[in-house]
Each structure stands twice: as structure tokens, then as C-alpha cells.
Design a protein around this ligand. Structure first.
Ligand code: ZN
Ligand code: ZN
Length: 490
């Protein structure tokens, strides 16, 4: 009998076998029978849950429907917190005892435990359950023609080389590190290797620690891959119910995936909080499939990442030039003694005031980085006194996205910000000052990223980057040294 005939018979059988026959039996083998021949799962349900690990009682679907699928064997079920042999969070894989809270639970009437570490994703205790879709991804059904690639830009020689190297690594299921200066055009490097992966029917995730980066990348990817479903996942984003072959997500959102991705790309791999949080690193490992390659992309790789790349023989691409070929703007130092005291006397330190006035006169948009929200909020009205469109942004600011957009559209002259805008944003002709560059929040990586905001546009390839300080630190020197090294590199 030919395969075609078998599949026709199977199809026929599936359509006409009465569901009630298998419903009456309860053994596991008959459940299996039910699953394959009596019941066709709704594509929407299957698409949503494939690769996800989700709270049983809190899905975007009616509970009765979820229970039907569970009864028919479509889901694996696990407690949200495993208690034996020791406590382990099934969502973020945390095993550190101090990060669990034990309490007398009203629901299960026992001592129950929840994980503090991933509580921002919703509290789940050991009597709560997570569900995981059992079936394989609809991978074989993705066809070549379904992925459209509509990018017409051109890569520089350096970008092309990195793109080719990454593609080779991904094909060999080998990890890869792209170490490229700010403004090298990292996103464009990813397009062709991602396209090749999508075309091969693979599911791809681009994860980044920062919501701002997800928001910046999403429209760009949508434009390039117009025919496939792309989801952007971050705290507060809506749950899309379709199957997305390409997912852009904050690393936090990966807690909700398991064994899902054939290719994992971690953009801005060194950004806070990813570097400091081992659970987020485990989330990346958990969300990808067992042998799926991970590509790390960053302008400021940590020593640890560089050593790991060397020891584990990952692929490696290095780009010291920006896409427009011009040198990186080098930060200059400017002493701003006792700047805090001056701000608290309701004054802007004179040199900083001069700098802002110069920008306004030249009609150049500007960013001023502050070490703390408190100092920034103290300073904001003082700057607004000079120019009323100046605003401040920080991580908790719900209007952050809009304010950045207004700066880009020239509706605002300048923004005061915390390190939240250190990466991921591009504003034409922006000039940058760091107030209190000597503060410990400004690590050399942060200072390199901040300096990297300047001169990104082909028509404005340079600009001012000034570190206002109350004493020069090693971090400041190291940032400057690394930028100079890149400029000398041939
Ligand atoms: Zn957890
Ligand atoms: Zn409980």
C-alpha cells in the first residue's frame, strides 16, 4: 500500500470515526486513540501552546476547553513549584532555598511554596499547575514559499562577513558571538541568517534584556518578514494567540517557554539584568530546544562571555567599524565639581548649562544621563526653565516610548534620562552628556553604550559626547580606552 493511500485512509478514519466510541473507555491507550482519530485540535489552541509553559488556570481560553484538551491528553502537567527531592521552580528553574516562600495555603490546606524570583510573572505555588503542549511543532508544514524576505538594504563588507559566519554557525548548530561596535548595524546582520532559518522551517527567538530594544526591533523585523507571524513579548504586552515562527521577547518572557526554539539569538547579551541574573540565563537555555544554537550579539561582551566563546569554540565575528565607516566618537572629560550640591541649591552647574545652551543654539537634539532618578527629578524643572520641552524618562515611566519618539520627531529639544536609554535607541544627530560619569552605575560598558548613541546616522557621523564628573574613575578611563582601541583597529 502506498503512503498516499494510507494517509487517505487515516484522513477518512479521522473524519468518520464516532467520537462517542472512544469516550466511553478510560484507559490511557484509548485516550491516545481519541487524541489521534476522534478529535482534531483547534489550530488556534495548538498554535498558542506550542513551546509554551503556561498556568493551567489562567489561559486566554475558556477553562472548560482547556480541561477537555487536558482530558484528551494534549498537555503535560507539572506543579509550578516541584517539592521533591528539593524545591525547584518549574518556570524559572530557581533552586535557591532562600528565594522560596513557604506558607500555609488556603487552597490546598497544606504548607505550600512559591518562588519569589519570578513572581513578577504572577505568583504560582506548589499546588498550582503549569501545562505544556505535548505535540511537536507544526514545523514540517512550513513551506519555503511562506517566508518572504523584503529587505533591500545593502550590507557593508564587515556586516556581510559577520552574517556569513553566523549563518555557518547556525547551520552547524554551533553557538556564536557577534562582537560589534555600537552602530555597526547588528540588526541587519541578523536578517539573512534568520531568513535562512525561517525558510528551513525553524522557529526563531530574538531575546533581549530590555523592553526598549524589543520595541525598537519589532517594526524593523515586521518590515523585513512581512508574511510571517511575529510576536513582540514584554511585560504588559498582549497575548497573541497565533503561532509565531519568529518571536522577539524580553529575557523575562522566556520563563513562559520550554523546548520551543530551534535558533536562539540573545541581543545586547551583556545588558542588565541578564548579566547578573543566572535564572534569566537558564531561561534562555530552557526556552531553546536541546541542541539549538545560541547566538550572542553585543558591543560590550563581558570577559566571562569572551572566555566561554574561546573555551567552547563558538563561532566568532568581530566588527570594529560602524556601518557608515566613520570612527566612533571619543568621549571627552569635563570636571563638574560638587554637581549634586549645586543641583540641590536649585541651580544647574555652569558648564553643563553652557553645554545645553550651545545645543539649543545649534538646534541639536540631546540626551543627558543622570546616575539616579532623584537627582534627575531635582534637575528637571531647572532645565525646563531654560527650555520647556525638556523632559525626563526613567524605567518606571509609562510615557517613555512617547517621549523618545517626540525627541526623534524634534518636538522636544532634549531628554534627561537614567541608564535606561543607554542602548537600543537611535536618534539622528543626538549629542550626549553624562552627569556624574564617576558614579558607580556608570560602568565602562554602560559608558561605551551611552557614547555609542552619538554619530549613528550616515549624515551625522560625529557629535559631542562629554563625561561631566567629580573625579575621573577607572571605568571612565577604560571606556575611553576601549573606544580608542576600536578606532585604531584595522
Ligand atoms: Zn521561579
Ligand atoms: Zn497550595
Amino acid at each position: 500500500m502506498s503512503t498516499t493511500t494510507i494517509s487517505i485512509i487515516k484522513k477518512h478514519y479521522r473524519l468518520f470515526r464516532p467520537i462517542s466510541t472512544s469516550k466511553s473507555t478510560a484507559s490511557s491507550s484509548s485516550q491516545k486513540h481519541t487524541r489521534y482519530y476522534g478529535f482534531i485540535p483547534e489550530p488556534a489552541i495548538k498554535n498558542f501552546f506550542t513551546g509554551r509553559i503556561w498556568s493551567r488556570m489562567n489561559t486566554p481560553y475558556p477553562q472548560s476547553k482547556i480541561e477537555t484538551y487536558i482530558k484528551r491528553g494534549y498537555f503535560d502537567i507539572t506543579p509550578a513549584v516541584i517539592t521533591e527531592p528539593k524545591l525547584k521552580c518549574r518556570r524559572c528553574l530557581n533552586e535557591q532555598r532562600p528565594k522560596f516562600i513557604s506558607f500555609h495555603c488556603a487552597k490546598c490546606q497544606k504548607t505550600c511554596h512559591y518562588c519569589r524570583h519570578c513572581i513578577t510573572m504572577g505568583r504560582m505555588c506548589s499546588c498550582d499547575e503549569l501545562i505544556m503542549w505535548k505535540k511537536e511543532q507544526p514545523r514540517s508544514r512550513m513551506q519555503k514559499s511562506q517566508v518572504d524576505f523584503t529587505w533591500t538594504g545593502k550590507l557593508t563588507v564587515h556586516q556581510q562577513k559577520a552574517a556569513d559566519e553566523l549563518l555557518t554557525s547556525l547551520k552547524q548548530n554551533r553557538n556564536h558571538l557577534i562582537h560589534a561596535v555600537c552602530g555597526a548595524g547588528k540588526t541587519e546582520i541578523l536578517f539573512a541568517p534568520i531568513y535562512a532559518s525561517l525558510k528551513a522551517g525553524k522557529r526563531v527567538c530574538v531575546a533581549t534584556p530590555r523592553t526598549d530594544v524589543v520595541l525598537e526591533l519589532y517594526p524593523r523585523f515586521q518590515q523585513v518578514f512581512q508574511q510571517i507571524t511575529i510576536h513582540a513579548l514584554y511585560g504588559g504586552a498582549q497575548n497573541d494567540t497565533q503561532f509565531a515562527q519568529l518571536i522577539l521577547a524580553t529575557t523575562h518572557q522566556l520563563y513562559r517557554f520550554e523546548n520551543a526554539f530551534d535558533v536562539m539569538i540573545v541581543d545586547e547579551a551583556d545588558a542588565f539584568p541578564y548579566t547578573y541574573d543566572e535564572a534569566l540565563q537558564r531561561a534562555v537555555m530552557k526556552a531553546r530546544k536541546a541542541k539549538a544554537p545560541i547566538a550572542f550579539v553585543t558591543a560590550t561582551p563581558s570577559t566571562k562571555l569572551l572566555i566561554q566563546q574561546r573555551n567552547e569554540k563558538w563561532g566568532y565575528s568581530f566588527i570594529a567599524r560602524r556601518f557608515h565607516g566613520q570612527l566612533l566618537p571619543v568621549p571627552r572629560y569635563q570636571a563638574l565639581w560638587n554637581y549634586e550640591k549645586v543641583f540641590y541649591k536649585e541651580k544647574i552647574p555652569q558648564k553643563l548649562k553652557n553645554w545645553v545652551e550651545q545645543r539649543l543654539q545649534n538646534q541639536q537634539p540631546f540626551l543627558i544621563f543622570f546616575p539616579t532618578i532623584e537627582l534627575m527629578e531635582q534637575a528637571t524643572p531647572l532645565f525646563q526653565h531654560i527650555e520647556p520641552t525638556i523632559e525626563s524618562v526613567h524605567s518606571e515611566d509609562p510615557d517613555r516610548k512617547e517621549k523618545v519618539m517626540q525627541l526623534r520627531n524634534e518636538e522636544r529639544k532634549g531628554l534627561l534620562t537614567t541608564t535606561i536609554l543607554e542602548r537600543g535607541i537611535t536618534i539622528k544627530n543626538v549629542q550626549v552628556a553624562v552627569v556624574g560619569a564617576d558614579n558607580p552605575v556608570f560602568t565602562s560598558s554602560a559608558l561605551i553604550q551611552i557614547s555609542g548613541r552619538v554619530g549613528r546616522n550616515m549624515h551625522y557621523p560625529s557629535g559631542d559626547i562629554v563625561f561631566f564628573h567629580h573625579g575621573i574613575t577607572m571605568e571612565m578611563d577604560q571606556a575611553r580606552k576601549k573606544i580608542l582601541e576600536m578606532n585604531y583597529y584595522e
